[in-house]
Write a protein that binds this ligand. Structure first.
Ligand code: CP
Ligand code: NVA
Length: 307
């Protein structure tokens, strides 16, 4: 019997556990590519709760659970009692008696924490306003596949200091790399909200060109995250100079990678020639959501396995 472990922030797993998940990802990905059956979660059920839209997260969790031999159930706020005021704690009690693992995409981190504290089964954060740990799991795996260890490297984040940025910053403390962040004034990182221990692993730059100089990886995300749509007009104006363009990629290392969690808006946070250009690994990054999350679910449910 494995003790119930949750994945609400990337730091919920220790460095050696994350390294183990990457090791398993390599095996699980190779088996998938070779059409080899890998069914460690036969008869297990994943419940996915979405309070916000999704393409990649839903698809990767649902397909991933089927490929592991289990099944997945999709719930959303609109069609369930969750949208009609049933307390999160009650929902957690009931859902976790009928399933083996739960993934939630919601608004405040506090909601998923309340759910987890009343859940009998592991809970995975599929994105909150504060964090997107599954994304960074896939991103770091993708970096390692292309360039080797991320320790000691420099990641440049250009744009909004949102859930994805916060998770990069947390990961920097765990894996020992640096994040150079450039946001417009008024959109700076809030270290406490990001859940950081200190400022040792990140530096802020007023000019995005200074942030990307010499970087091993340049990454960005939408200017307006889900839940912040009312600020869209204002953000379009405020972020206009924070588009990752070819000039920025030239300032990074010659072999720098470009990542974006997607969905992307070409002509806003990234120029088409960058996301569709030679530095970009966004499709590998998206695909690796599937493989890393399969390894994550296997780890949360079975612990370390030897097969
Ligand atoms: N990157 C990501 O989480 O995509 P979706 O919003 O499509 O799930
Ligand atoms: N920061 C974005 C990520 C989408 C996958 C959002 O929260 O909408």
């Amino acid at each position: 019997m494995v003790a119930t472990r949750h994945f609400l922030q990337i730091k919920d797993l220790a460095r050696d556990e994350l390294d183990y998940v990457f090791e398993r990802t390599r095996i699980i990905k190779a088996r998938f590519k070779a059409y080899q059956r890998h069914w460690p979660l036969q008869d297990r059920t994943l419940v996915m709760i979405f309070e916000k839209a999704s393409t990649r997260t839903r698809l990767s969790f649902e397909a991933g659970m089927h490929q592991l031999g289990g099944s997945a159930i999709y719930l959303n706020t609109r069609d369930s009692q969750l949208g009609r005021g049933e307390p999160v704690e009650d929902a957690a009690e009931v859902i976790s008696r009928m399933s083996d693992i739960v993934m939630i995409r919601t608004y405040e981190q506090a909601i998923i924490e309340r759910f987890a504290s009343h859940s009998r089964v592991p809970v995975i954060n599929g994105l909150t306003n504060e964090y997107h740990p599954c994304q960074i799991l896939a991103d770091i795996f993708t970096f390692i596949e292309h360039r080797g260890a991320i320790q000691g490297r420099t990641v440049a984040w250009v744009g909004d200091s949102n859930n994805v940025c916060n998770t990069w910053l947390q990961a920097a403390e765990i894996f020992g790399f640096r994040v150079h962040v450039s946001t417009p004034p008024g959109y700076e990182v809030e270290p406490e909200r990001a859940g950081l221990h200190g400022r040792e692993h990140f530096s802020e730059f007023a000019d995005p060109m200074d942030a990307v100089r010499g970087a091993d990886l340049v990454t960005t995300d939408v200017w307006t995250s889900m839940g912040f749509e009312a600020e869209n007009e204002e953000r379009l104006r405020d972020f206009a100079d924070w588009q990752v363009d070819a000039e920025m990629m030239r300032a990074a290392k010659a072999d720098a990678l470009f990542m974006h969690c997607l969905p992307a808006h070409r002509g806003e946070e990234v120029a088409a020639e960058v996301i569709d250009g030679p530095h970009s690994v966004v499709w590998d990054e998206a695909e690796n959501r599937l493989h890393t999350q399969k390894a994550l679910m296997e780890f949360l449910l079975l612990g370390r396995v030897n097969d």
